[in-house]
Ligand binder design. Structure first.
Ligand code: UDX
Length: 548
């Protein structure tokens, strides 16, 4: 092949469209192929069927330059391409954890008999172990080109919302090949990123396909690990954000993927860990990956915990309450609602009798097709209007930038649940909001009837304030007095009273023992101050007191 290889991309979802447009931007002639004629026509007209920042301009540039086109014709694609990338979906099989390879099989079965001249067929779809070997063996017997048609595996690692950058400058290119020729062809395709220093890792195809699912399993494990720690934080009074920060600074651990909150969703991580566990069990290695079931279970528990927090924030019940929801996409920068934790929480709250008003900058169309029963509003303010509780479920930047003072005027009750730790807790509390976030102490999460709510609220630990250890031994001694102000708001059951602290302009709830001393466990020290609280008792009757 003296000229540059011509490329085809089968499957024009997030992965395939990004791959096709990016490779066209690198100067290749690319033909995108999809069985959905409307989708192929739309792409040919420069219309992206989903939201992905930066991709539409690249698509249009490729079309304008005449290097990119879309078709439904397999014969045309087989005739055109020297390298055929298969990027079709591999969703979860209904009723099982395994992967549904129907699309992959039908693409392969449609393409292989049309391959009359030497070419490389490259699997990019995420598949269970063993898939590459099976198709690698079938290809020479099915393609008229015989052994001239070769299979390779080249997994993708792109994140939605970052598809362009992840395709043009991936962390690594993994080439799973059976021959030097296949490796050389992939080197040619990725010449530009490789020249920019992207590592090129040559493996056998079995390893390459496993790299992808193992990477996703590791990422899911990391996310569930920190979310499991958030559960522990809620019963010990530790702060999961500080914990994640301290853990992430260890280079052996690393901070990426250690963001606690509502857990993972989307079209990849949830179904990929299930498919990997199911395949490992089929291969007799089920025990090795049995922990992935626990990773999945931890992830599902986050959704239940958020429903509980929403109920508490709404005053102890959801039935008949108005709940505002910010975000239904599975993550910011995407309109994807596949297995979206945010959308599931919104739907569950609605099913429990609440009236749920929703706003999302990109995913409302898709969400309304699946859940037409939710009330879709045009802005953050619209979703917040008259709400008894406001929930931030997807961390879009515009939600973090929302003004708590403005929103306070729109809602019926100033109660916010920040499922993604995206807000400035102090700023919201200072504006009079009852701020709750999973896994954080010093907030009223789980406090029965906190902040003047007369209805009471069932928490994850019934009758026990969140952020206070069950067997708290009392406050620690400290040399310096506690600065700031406090006011007694409510007496919690049993051993603890609940007080509101106002320290250097940032207020938070604190549980105190019988003597009125704040518990050391949920005390956040102001900058430059000792983390230990004072031993001096708080005046019991004073509604507000200077202290220290
Ligand atoms: C993922 C992989 O990152 C990517 O390499 C693979 O090719 C496809 O699957 P994606 O699904 O686009 O990509 O999203 P990612 O950014 O990894 O986030 C997945 C989910 O985990 C989201 O719901 C996100 O909100 C959540 N997440 C991510 C966390 O809860 N905490 C984190 O620290 C990171």
């Amino acid at each position: 092949m003296s000229r540059r290889p011509r490329l085809t991309v089968f499957g024009t979802g997030y992965l395939g469209t990004a791959h096709a447009a990016c490779l066209a931007s690198l100067g290749f002639e690319v033909l995108g192929v999809d069985v959905d004629a409307a989708r192929a026509r739309g792409l040919q007209a420069g219309i992206l069927p989903f939201y992905e920042p930066g991709l539409e301009p690249l698509l249009r540039a490729g079309l304008r330059a005449g290097r990119l086109a879309f078709t439904t014709s397999y014969p045309a694609a087989a005739e055109f391409g020297d390298v055929h990338f298969i990027c079709v979906g591999t969703p979860q099989r209904p009723g099982s954890g395994g992967a549904d390879l129907t699309q992959f099989e039908s693409c392969f079965a449609g393409l292989a008999p049309l391959l009359h001249r030497p070419c490389l067929v490259v699997g990019k779809s995420t598949v269970p172990p063993g898939t590459a070997a099976a198709y690698g063996q079938r290809l020479p017997g099915t393609a008229p080109a015989g052994t001239g048609a070769e299979l390779a595996w080249n997994p993708e690692f792109l994140r939605e919302g970052h598809a362009v950058a992840d395709t043009l400058r991936p962390d690594r290119v993994v080439a799973g090949v059976w021959s030097d020729h296949a490796a050389a062809t992939l080197r040619e395709v990725y010449a530009e990123p490789l020249a920019a220093g992207v590592p090129f890792l040559v493996t056998d195809p079995a390893t390459a396909e496993l790299v992808k699912v193992a990477a996703n399993a590791f990422l899911a494990t990391k996310i569930s690990f920190i979310n499991a720690m958030a559960e522990v934080c809620e019963v010990t009074g530790a702060d999961v954000l500080s914990l994640a920060d301290a853990l992430g600074r260890d280079p052996r651990i690393g901070g990426a993927g250690l963001r606690p909150g509502l857990g993972f969703g989307g079209g990849c991580l949830p179904k990929d860990i299930r498919a990997l566990a199911a395949r490992a069990a089929e291969l007799g290695a089920g025990e090795a990956l049995s922990f992935l079931h626990e990773i999945d279970a931890i992830n599902q528990r986050r959704r239940t915990r958020l429903v509980d927090l929403a109920r508490e924030a709404a005053g102890g019940r959801l039935d008949g309450r108005r709940v505002g929801v910010l975000g239904v996409a599975f993550k910011p920068g995407s309109d994807d609602i596949r297995d979206s934790p945010a959308l599931e929480v919104a739907a569950r709250i609605q099913a429990l009798g609440a009236r749920v008003a929703v706003f999302d900058p990109a995913a409302m169309d898709r969400a309304s097709q699946v859940h037409p029963d939710l009330d879709y509003r045009g802005s953050v303010l619209g979703a917040a209007r008259d709400a008894d509780a406001l929930l931030l479920l997807t961390e879009w930047p515009e939600f973090s930038a929302a003004d708590p003072v403005v929103l306070a005027k729109a809602v019926a009750r100033r109660a916010i649940v920040d499922a993604r730790h995206a807000l400035d807790a102090a700023a919201w509390r200072d504006s009079g909001w009852d701020y709750r976030a999973p896994g954080r102490p010093g907030d009223p999460a789980g406090l029965p009837g906190a902040l003047g709510d007369s209805a009471g609220a069932p928490g994850a630990l019934a009758g026990h304030p969140a952020g206070v250890p069950r067997h708290a031994a009392g406050p620690r001694e400290a040399e310096e007095p506690l600065p700031g102000r406090c006011d007694l708001t409510r007496r919690a059951p049993k051993r603890f009273a609940v007080k509101r602290l106002d320290i250097y302009g940032s207020s938070s709830m604190a549980a105190c023992d019988r003597r009125g001393l704040p518990s050391a466990w949920n005390w956040r020290a102001p900058p430059g101050r000792s983390a230990a609280p004072s031993t001096r008792p708080w005046p019991r009757r004073a509604a507000r007191c200077r202290y220290g």
